[in-house]
Design a protein around this ligand. Structure first.
Ligand code: DMJ
Length: 667
């Protein structure tokens, strides 16, 4: 049987018991009032020696424990407050065009450690916590410089909170234009295929320079951008392209193409408010889980490239999250028998396919997505992006069917072989293949020799098969070859070439590339200057024969449209950067005036036109292409700048949509 009364409580303590007499005299030891009235001293004296010793020992023990735990707590508190202040600094970044500041970053580790939120298993960080990119940061003034400044001011010690204050002050004075590579912060390349990139010559620690003031021509570009943005914002916000005349919009992928293409332009032009507003749209309205077919190439260069660039310039991880999302959704394109990607992907369903009428892809398209996917791998630590695009380059490198380095325009996704052999152009469908050979080589630190070999061979092929001079001005131009027949036709698209050649020469390639670049940019300028509106048509034919009253540049009726394309101003920018010849700026200025005169729509926006030969009616097409904001105006702004650190070309390489990506620093 169990006893009804509860068992006595276990006592794990030493009890101090009063004598029965004491207890009785006091009305029992439960009579606490009486007990408290006695003086402590009397009570103490009434205790036995043993009792006193026990109490003293207990006090001593508690005191020692207290001291130890206080010390530990102090440490913990310190580290907690350090951590908190990091996070708080991160959170406290004022929404605006703040550079990522190395001071708020954890010590850089490997890529996946830097970005745990990007690793598929780990989602401990909220997705939009701002963190700087691992190797590109706007650099604050050096610590030792600050200490010197304090010394001069007679201060020897930092006041509490001083460091924080300084940090905030630093943030507010740091230029947010053009980040600087910190070589020591570069994560290791994720793939063993990326051989250690060389350190670019100018990647070294420099003091932050004062921002160079914006000049009048740059102001005119800002004004043009604002005018274009006004139209987009009012009539096409969040849609792909503005239709400025009908005050509406057109959709291509339905992914806010113009907005994304323009993000880094706004950053570079210093349009903080516009950038912030667009960023909000990306955060809340750029939904990629969408049942829509997108073109792999176009969405890579505009969306993936635009997001990566916005990430590098702003340091806001929102853009990297979105870049990873779109990059992953584009990957099904590579599931082909040959690993040459299909042209189209449904980013919602995860399916890919070639165009309905063929199983071919365009050579330029499959070989001009590499800069973006390689960079995505480097940032996320996920090799799959780079592996997929590197395999394409390796395969194309190994193919026969080239003509002295010149490639045909199509490649079959089943067989992996070139098709439509015998036609060679540096225009549509082949152009950026050549551009990306050089730029990948630069991006990777000039180590990937196959890329350089293919590039050098191709330029020799251009010289041998495609170069001619026109009459009467003897302009050097790049024509086309079709089954052995030369055509004096040149797309405006080919005008990327002078810039690319100049970039190669700047990176140590043969000096005659620079000479060719200078000759070709003159030709591209003449494609504007010799036309009635001062704007180039889409395609020109050069006159090869000396005949009275004939110009160098001839235009066929079907080719006389202008889509606000960037290639000539892009090349003018490179040529100006590398030569300092002001003529290039003046030519760009003329072109901007012509755009303003013939393509500007009063209610907001710019429009493509159908007829560059008719100044009284250029026949507006009612469409502003996203690359007008992504490329044309950005290159204009950079062309008019005398600040070589405004997107320093030893630190950044532009993708084919004018989105700057970092040149990889040595790990
Ligand atoms: C842009 O989308 C890119 O520059 C591409 O490489 C070629 N076409 C347009 C601009 O003209």
């Amino acid at each position: 049987m169990y006893s009804a009364s509860p068992p006595p409580p276990r006592r794990d303590f030493i009890s101090v018991t009063l004598s029965p007499a004491e207890a009785a005299g006091a009305g029992g030891y439960n009579n606490s009032k009486a007990w408290r009235r006695r003086s402590c001293w009397r009570k103490w004296k009434q205790l036995s020696r043993l009792q006193r010793s026990v109490i003293l020992f207990l006090f001593a023990f508690l005191a020692v424990c207290g001291v130890i735990s206080y010390t530990n707590m102090g440490e913990q508190w310190k580290s907690l407050t350090n951590k908190l202040s990091d996070d708080q600094k991160t959170e406290l970044e004022i929404p605006g065009l703040k550079p990522a500041n190395p001071a708020v970053l954890p010590a850089p580790q490997k890529a996946d450690a830097n970005y745990p939120e990007l690793s598929p298993q780990k989602h401990s960080k909220p997705p939009h916590v701002r963190r700087g990119p691992p190797n590109l940061q706007i650099r604050p003034p050096r610590r030792d410089a600050r200490v010197k400044a304090q010394d001069v001011a007679g201060k020897t010690e930092e006041e509490p909170g001083q460091a924080d204050k300084e940090e905030k002050t630093e943030k507010s004075i740091i230029s947010w234009r053009g980040a600087v590579i910190e070589p020591d912060q570069s994560p290791e390349p994720p793939s063993s295929k990326i051989k250690e990139p060389e350190k670019p010559s100018s990647v070294e620690v420099e003091d932050q320079k004062e921002p160079v003031p914006i000049n009048e021509r740059q102001m005119a570009v800002i004004e043009a951008f604002r005018h274009a943005w006004k139209g987009y914002k009012e009539f096409a916000w969040g849609h792909d392209e503005l239709k400025p005349l009908s005050k509406s919009y057109s959709e291509w992928f339905g992914l806010g193409l113009t907005l994304i293409d323009a993000l880094d332009t706004m950053w570079i032009l210093g349009l903080k408010e516009e950038f912030e507003e667009a960023k909000k749209w990306v955060a809340t309205d750029l939904l990629l889980d969408k049942n829509v077919d997108v073109n792999l190439f176009e969405s890579t260069i505009r969306i993936l490239g635009g997001l990566l660039s916005a990430y590098h310039l702003s340091g806001d991880s929102l853009f990297l999250e979105k870049a990873k999302d779109i990059g992953s959704r584009l990957m099904p394109a590579f599931n082909t028998p040959s690993k040459i990607p299909y042209s189209d992907v449904n980013i919602g369903r995860g399916t890919a396919h070639p165009p309905r009428w063929t199983s071919d892809s365009t050579v330029a398209e499959v070989t001009s997505i590499q800069l973006e996917f390689r960079e995505l791998s480097r940032l996320t630590g996920d090799e799959k992006f780079q592996k997929a695009v590197d395999a394409v380059m390796k395969h194309v490198h190994s193919l026969s069917g080239k003509n002295d380095g010149l490639v045909p325009m199509f490649i079959n996704t089943n067989s992996g072989q070139f098709t439509h052999l015998g036609v060679y152009t540096l225009g549509a469908r082949a152009d950026s293949y050549y551009e990306y050979l050089l730029k990948q080589w630069i991006q990777g630190g000039k180590k990937e020799n196959e890329l350089l070999e293919d590039y050098m061979r191709a330029i020799e092929g251009v010289k041998k098969h495609l170069l001619r001079t026109s009459q009467p001005k003897k302009l050097t131009f790049v024509g086309e070859l079709a089954h052995g027949h030369f055509s004096a036709k040149m797309d405006h698209l080919v005008c990327f070439l002078p810039g690319t050649l100049a970039l190669g020469a700047h990176n140590g390639l043969t000096a005659d590339h620079m000479e060719l670049a200078k000759a070709l940019i003159e030709t591209c300028y003449q494609m504007y200057a010799q036309v009635e509106t001062g704007l180039s048509p889409e395609i020109v034919h050069f006159n090869l024969h000396a005949q009275k009253d004939r110009k160098d540049v001839e235009i066929k009726p079907a080719d006389r449209h202008n889509l606000l394309r960037p290639e000539t101003v892009e090349s003018l920018f490179y040529l100006y950067r590398f030569t300092g010849d002001k003529r290039y700026q003046d030519w760009g200025w003329e072109i901007l005036q012509s755009f303003n005169k013939y393509t500007r729509v009063p209610s907001g926006g710019y429009t493509s036109i159908n007829n560059v030969q008719n100044p009284s009616n250029p026949e507006p097409r009612d469409k502003m292409e996203s690359f007008f904001l992504g490329e044309t105006l950005k290159y204009m702004f950079l062309l008019f700048s005398d600040d070589v650190d405004l997107i320093n070309l030893d630190k950044y390489v532009f993708n084919t949509e004018a989105h700057p990506l970092p040149i990889w620093a040595p790990a």
